[in-house]
Design a protein around this ligand. Sequence first.
Ligand code: ADP
Ligand code: MG
Length: 284
Amino acid sequence: GQKFPPPLQTRVFTVANQKGGVGKTTTSVNLAAALAQSGLRVLVIDNDPQGNASTALGIEHHAGVPSTYDVLINDMPLEEVIQESDAIPGLYCAPATIDLSGAEIELVSLVARENRLRNALAAYLKGRSRRGEPRIDYVFVDCPPSLGLLTVNAFVTAREVIIPIQCEYYALEGLSQLLNNINLIRSHLNPALHVSTILLTMYDARTNLAQQVAEEVREHFPDQTLRTAIPRSVRISEAPSYGQTVLTYDGGSTGALAYLEAAREIAQRGLQPLEDYAYAGSHH
Ligand code: ADP
Ligand code: MG
């Protein structure tokens, strides 16, 4: 397969959009799979109680399996919950179980409630390095469709945010709320956080609407929007029911090739220098 350049240091992404069904999980698992297939080490943290990322990666996540919930609430080390994908070596997942649906409320009364995932990931990455294990190159935190404490934990953990935008009606609705929240997190909890990447998903080039949405997004976010848009593809939507990413389910499909191309763009952009961090949107 193709080789992508490894990043200068571990890149941690939160995949966020408070709308459901826009392609967050699909983007998390397929970008992760594409990067891992190219020989990089990639961790997906399933931070959504629905556990869709765990399902799509073929990772066990029935009740009782050690999971993100235990990491956030019971101080369990990440290495005790992480499983490796059978299909793609070097692709790891911290699964989400149904317990996680209670975590939004349980977190409220915990110490350092916003920092729990960040502390767990930092300890895990440090532990690997101390033990002489190879570095994790990419981390993707898949978020629920809300801006609650689970998503806040993800924003505090990551440096980069990737926002999937579905090329449909109301695509940009709610986006300013999301950007405001990211700005708030940056001011109060995580100065390094920035929207580095926007990915157009479920793009149908035949419709005027999709083209208009794409144009509008590119106008607002010229530097962040990837050139590659992910087409609407039946293969992409079928893959999760086989516990697979589209890369192993049908590696030659247009959907798989698009995610590979998007992953290549992300890898080639690499870590941007600090000056470029400030997102051009509004500051409070
Ligand atoms: P989210 O995580 O934002 O809720 P998902 O990634 O679960 O969104 O996607 C929502 C639904 O759309 C899923 O059924 C998924 O399989 C399907 N889907 C996502 N991306 C595509 C695509 N490019 N083409 C076709 N179906 C897609
Ligand atoms: Mg999802």
